[in-house]
Design a protein around this ligand. Sequence first.
Ligand SMILES: Nc1nc2c(ncn2[C@@H]2O[C@H](COP(=O)(O)OP(=O)(O)O)[C@@H](O)[C@H]2O)c(=O)[nH]1
Ligand SMILES: [Mg+2]
Length: 512
Amino acid sequence: MVRFNNTDRIMSLKVVYVGCALGGKTTSLEKIHERIAAPHRSRLVSLNTANDRTLFFDLLPLDLGQINGYGVSLQLFTVPGQVQYTSTRRAVLTGADAIVVVVDSHPERLRDNRDAIHELSDHLKFHGMDILSMPLVLQYNKRDLREAVSVEELNRQLNPRDWPWFESIATEGTGVVEPFLKAAVSMADEIVGRYKFPPSFGERLASSLERLLEPPGTVRPVPEEPVIQSLPETEIGVPAPEPEAPPEPMPPEPIELEDTQELPSLESLRALQDSLSRGASEPAGGGRQRIQSSIDSSEAVDLQLLLQGAIEAHESMAKLTAELDKTKERLKMREGHLAELGRICRWCLGQQSLQEIFNSVLRSLVKSLRAAGAAILLPQPGSRALREQAIEGFPSDPINSLPCKGFPSLASGLYNRACPSVSPDPSGTSNPVDRHLIRWGIISHIASPLEAQGQLLGLMTTYRVEPFPPFDKADIALFSAAVALVSGSIELARLRAAARAQSSSVAGSARR
Ligand SMILES: Nc1nc2c(ncn2[C@@H]2O[C@H](COP(=O)(O)OP(=O)(O)O)[C@@H](O)[C@H]2O)c(=O)[nH]1
Ligand SMILES: [Mg+2]
């Protein structure tokens, strides 16, 4: 069952790997984990018995970024296969959105495979779900075994429902990703049907997964631009609401600037610069975390409630660990961005050409903020309009293309009223400009007047589109530092020009 947290707009999905003991579930998850591109890779958490067998589950959390306005997190679970852990399997299956059945191709395991599918059907029934309406994929594993049962025989014995099936050799990492992707796409189709999501949801989920997974045998370079986001889930099990339809493209109606008066003041925007925390620079996880239990595998833990509670606690712990890793990675990334900004500051001081400074700051900003674009807009002499003096990512600046009552454009309105515009607003108030920017796919923006010595100089903007999350406070702080740098550079150029003019007039009067 999809879990929505509408406060933070997070959607959690759960794919569960089931099958007989020693069939290759944990190995499959390990191989998928190895294929996750380094910047996206979180830990694979395994809770094992004293003799290193799966006790509760293996859990691989994947962050798919923003899709249709939701931060989507996908969790891959395996269940323990041993017979005595039937209660644990039932508990782990709670809220499953899709199932991968890992089948052991050894002839002596045929019966165990069949039992595992029957038991799965019973567990799903217990949770009020029907195996026939559940997105389900069969992964015929251990195809390398000499004595492996033929695929035809496996289909005859285990697949009367004609579920999609795939062959795999999990130990070699062959054929493990395909069943997972198929399960994820079937799950997305189910969600589109059930929650009336836009049909593009499935495609976007699939392309997010493709972005995450590297081709087999990829030699991983050191990630240049980590794409990490921290999306804490605070509510679990909230009943699924009717999802909102995607915003319709808006006609270009003029914006009344009164709308934007709730926006934060320039001072509050600047105050955010102080909010940038310094943090540990330790590399993020991406490894494997093993939690060893003192419980011997022969002791069957049978108290369903206790079990459910323990599983949820471990699930929460795994999520917290993943979030901690992401936070560490994000702080490391910020540290890199600040260092780059420092380098640019020093470089700017030696530069004569303002245009080069503008271009360079925008390029660096777009890269650091993972923005879709950014622009520096300066006033046109003799007009209230602003012109794009430098621009990255868009052919023309979106805010400068929006009409605004009483001004040539919204950018001009914001500039003339020295009014910044930020979305999402740090105070949580919705920004009326958002619905006008969605036609460019923009989900978050920052626009700030450039000023020095109390004089308005222009406007600087930046924009984000999905799958990246909306700008956060640290992004705003970084943008504000870049605004200060650009404003300072304009002022410095003005002072240099004034000094040059003065020295040439002094030289002129000396000649006279
Ligand atoms: N020959 C062969 N062995 C496999 C394959 N997949 C997994 N195994 C082995 O089967 C054993 C059980 O695997 P594991 O992933 O722990 O099974 P689980 O109990 O389903 O999680 C391990 O020794 C694996 O190395 C495979 O495709 N071929
Ligand atoms: Mg296992």
